[in-house]
Structures are given as structure tokens and as C-alpha cells.
Design a protein around this ligand. Structure first.
Ligand code: DX5
Ligand code: ZN
Length: 229
């Protein structure tokens, strides 16, 4: 996983068929996904439950690109090794998940993964000012985490501020929540390079009709790159 500023589309399998993750992952990758975004929820940090490290480990052999694991759990630290063992490439923890995000980021890197940190909509950019050399990715939530299909919350000023703060460090800005061809241009223009999209990628398609996933991915990418599809 090397750093560049090209737009990457990361479909969230939260919107996939939960009885068919292997084929869904293969379908989105065949249809142009750059990364695969995996949403881990604990029913405590967020009001919803998805899956844990054993399920994520089962996804691993199907992911040929980058497995981007978004932890919406608290605490994080006791589970870092389990997600390393599950094969996460990027492991993202929320800055709101506990008092020691600095230690968490160090532990994620020490376990051999890229270290991400996510910011809820209410958390200011300045919360990460002293963490920029410890991170590979900042995930700006554009919904309150917990569910797919929610309405996009405008975080353009925060994205712009983070890109300024990051300067020339090789840090991705990922946007998560409500990304579609209408909202993608403004976040890309503000400095985001990784766009997570759940409902906007999976809507209208299925593993038996995967070309729809491809059309959806292409329209988000084209919108973000400034070429309306
Ligand atoms: C929200 C998750 C997102 C979610 C995005 O808690 O972190 O990754 O799947 O879904 P959409 O794109 O439908 O808003
Ligand atoms: Zn997510």
C-alpha cells in the first residue's frame, strides 16, 4: 500500500448481502473497488453490532486489494492483535473511543498495520494536531457512525483544515458516510482521497448483477475527479 493522492473508492460491505460476503467482496473488486471497507461495530461505542475478528479473518482471503478495517468499538487496545491476525491492512480507531488514542496508534503500527484514526462529526480537526506523525489515515465521519444509508453531514471546512495541518506528510483523508456522486466532488476538492461508500455502491446491484456495482463505483469516481458521469 503506497501513498498517492489519486481518488480511491472503498465500498463498505455494511451494505452487502450479509449471507454472502465472499462473493460480494470479489464482485466489488472485479468492478473497480480500490479498497474494501469493513465496519466493525460493538453495540456499545455505536448503537449497532456487526462482526468481530473471526469474521474479518474469514473475509481476508477474498480481499486482493486493501482491507480497511474501521473499528467503531471501545475499548480498542485489547483487540489490536486480533485484527492484525485477521489480516487488516489499515486499522482505524475512533479518537473518541478512549483517552489514549496516542498509545493506540503506536500499538497499531507496532502490530504491523497502517494506523488510522476516525473523527465523529462533533470532534474538531484540532483534536488530532499532536498525532499527525503517528497516523497513516484520518477518517472524517460525515454521518454519526452506526448505520449505513444516513444523510451526509457537510464537513468541508474540517477536511480542508486537516489537509492544511497534514502538510506534506503521507496521510490519507478518508470520508465515511453519505458519499455519493452528489457529495463526492466537495469532499475531494477539500482534500479527501479515500471515499467510503456503502449504499451508493451496492444499490441496485447484486452478485448476480454486479455490473451495477461497477456503474455506481465509476459514477462516484468520475464525480470526485471532476468529470460528471
Ligand atoms: C457508518 C459506517 C459507514 C457506512 C457508510 O457507521 O462507518 O462505513 O457503511 O454507509 P453509507 O455510504 O451508506 O453512508
Ligand atoms: Zn466505516
Amino acid at each position: 500500500m503506497s501513498f498517492d493522492h489519486k481518488i480511491k473508492i472503498a465500498p463498505s460491505i455494511l451494505s452487502a448481502d450479509f449471507a454472502n460476503f465472499g462473493q460480494e467482496i470479489q464482485a466489488i473488486e472485479a468492478q473497480g473497488a480500490d479498497w474494501v471497507h469493513v465496519d466493525v461495530m460493538d453495540g456499545h461505542f455505536v448503537p449497532n453490532l456487526t462482526f468481530g475478528p473471526m469474521a474479518v479473518k474469514a473475509f481476508r482471503p477474498h480481499v486482493k486489494t486493501v482491507m480497511d478495517v474501521h473499528l467503531m468499538i471501545a475499548p480498542v487496545d485489547p483487540y489490536i492483535d486480533a485484527y492484525a491476525d485477521a489480516g487488516a491492512d489499515v486499522l482505524t480507531a475512533h479518537v473518541e473511543a478512549g483517552p489514549h488514542i496516542h498509545r493506540t496508534l503506536q500499538a497499531i503500527r507496532a502490530a504491523g498495520m497502517k494506523a488510522g484514526m476516525a473523527l465523529n462529526p462533533g470532534t474538531p480537526a484540532e483534536a488530532v494536531a499532536h498525532l499527525l506523525d503517528l497516523t497513516d489515515l484520518i477518517c472524517v465521519m460525515t454521518v454519526n457512525p452506526g448505520f449505513g444509508g444516513q444523510k451526509f453531514i457537510d464537513m468541508t471546512a474540517k477536511i480542508r483544515r486537516l489537509r492544511e495541518m497534514i502538510g506534506d506528510r503521507p496521510v490519507h483523508i478518508e470520508i465515511d458516510g453519505g458519499v455519493d456522486p452528489n457529495t463526492a466532488p466537495q469532499v475531494a476538492q477539500a482534500g479527501a482521497d479515500v471515499l467510503v461508500a456503502g449504499s451508493a455502491v451496492f444499490k441496485g446491484g447484486s452478485v448476480s448483477d454486479p455490473s451495477v456495482y461497477g456503474e455506481n463505483i465509476r459514477s462516484i469516481r468520475a464525480a470526485a475527479e471532476g468529470v460528471w458521469a
